[in-house]
Design a protein around this ligand. Sequence first.
Ligand SMILES: Cc1cc2nc3c(=O)[nH]c(=O)nc-3n(C[C@H](O)[C@H](O)[C@H](O)COP(=O)(O)OP(=O)(O)OC[C@H]3O[C@@H](n4cnc5c(N)ncnc54)[C@H](O)[C@@H]3O)c2cc1C
Length: 535
Amino acid sequence: MRESAEYICRHQNNNDGPEGREILDIGVLGGGTSGLLTALALKKRRPYLNVSIIQSKKIPIIGVGESTVPMVVSFLHNYIGLGVGDLLKNVRPTIKQGVRYDWGKPGDYYFNAPFDWDVNDIGLIGSMRLTGSPNGATSQAILMEHHKLPLWLGPNGKVASQMDRYRFAYHLDNALLVTYLEQEALTAGIEMVDAVIVSADKHPQRDEIVALQTDDGRKLSYDLFVDCSGFRSTLLNKELEVPFIGFEKSLFSNRAIAFQRDHGGDIKPYTSAITMDAGWSWMVPTRHNDHCGYVHSSDFISVEEAKDEVVERFGEVEFLNTVSFRNGRHERCYVGNVIAIGNSYGFSEPLEASALLQIARQVILLVDELPRTKHDRSTEQLMNGQAADDWDKLKWFIAAHYQINNKKQTPFWDVMRSEADISGIKPLMDLFREGAPLSMRSPWALEAIRKVGIPYYGLAGFDTIMMGCAAPHRLLATGESDEIWRQRYRMASTFMMSALSHDEALAVFDEDPDLLMVAGDFNASENHRFTTLGQ
Ligand SMILES: Cc1cc2nc3c(=O)[nH]c(=O)nc-3n(C[C@H](O)[C@H](O)[C@H](O)COP(=O)(O)OP(=O)(O)OC[C@H]3O[C@@H](n4cnc5c(N)ncnc54)[C@H](O)[C@@H]3O)c2cc1C
């Protein structure tokens, strides 16, 4: 069906107009990343809609959320249609090729989890057998290791880009991103309403919102309300009282201290996740410095102790805000005429940096399947199923990262290893122990494994993290000689080490954004396919 003329025509020609539609006015509560992205997608993909963003600068946005995954890049450019050059100029992103985990084994050990983990062009089994880590499994892992990007300077002085052959994501400065998206929203014709919502008028019989009440006495009515109000969850939780399902049995962190530090000009093409005494620290490289945060559990460390540990570990830093959060999701994201997207629906602490991806996945489903009538409940059913499944899978995957991390022997990590509930992913971990990588088991086994459960980033992602963390396993045999693997590794290393450095590549992209090679058809995009999950 996907290749049929009808299918291609239906998805390429955006000829689905307003005729016969009852939902034409949409109010998006919240002007953070989720509100702006939702409003932009609705307006750009369905220009006949009247879209308003209701927000107040009196209630600040969360202001973190800077590391992304490949689909977010495709979502921004190919789904919403933001210009590559515009975004480069206004947001000044750096490129992320994966995550470097200071995680797993004690001491100086670390491993790279590149986005091409399912390509396996050099070989994960050989890398584990001969180097003891996944760092030699793929070309992108080597690029990460040497702070390079896949661009080469040719003898004619011209740069050849292979960015389209390697999935990549952005590191986005949150303040610059929000300012840029606000400008794009205004240009797209989205109405900006500056007001604090103090309450909502509800339908007397049904779980529906009729109007929002503003602090200056106005009533705002729409056909559909999108709740992007962040952790306040103003409509879904406060007004409609949809129950919250906490993840506290699996994920123990509940606070983050943001800080920044000098990177001395070394802009790493990856996010770092560094094990700390009572949690971990992210490190997101921007053009000027590293944006960082210590994610921890307040039951195990105070803010002052955490700051002391940061200084001891990283030297001179500038501390920014401290953010408290709760891990979990609401029972449903779509109730009546309200849909919650972003933190107002759910959140899992930021290891694996997947919140913007979750937002994109919810937004795409909403926009593509926008209900035609007020009685059409099919989109509600689809969105409630997908959002719950996504967040639950992400919870299990992150909890598994914690449970197998032997980097530190501190009270926090001892409790994580012994008490974190990983029941939703344990069956896969048991299978992994008896023959890994799971993604290289026989086709018949794979079919059976997928029935046991597909982890959040698919089997190849699961394998890389489990291998990198040295989770117990019996390594599958390949029958290939060590020398053959070494030859592949040497060839790839020689080629990758001749590539441009990350900062050289950023200068090239600033000059010629086409060399990023992301523009294209959203559904066909390699970056999009990577994170449609469920592989
Ligand atoms: C510590 C931490 C690190 C993170 N790191 C990452 C990461 O690396 N990658 C990633 O993808 N995600 C990350 N996230 C998640 C990410 O920050 C959020 O998912 C994203 O920013 C979306 O936030 P939001 O728009 O839902 O909420 P907010 O940014 O909180 O926006 C809420 C909006 O609602 C408005 N509002 C609320 N109530 C009212 C009211 N009554 N009246 C009017 N306006 C109202 C506010 O004014 C604001 O505009 C992280 C989150 C945390 C907590």
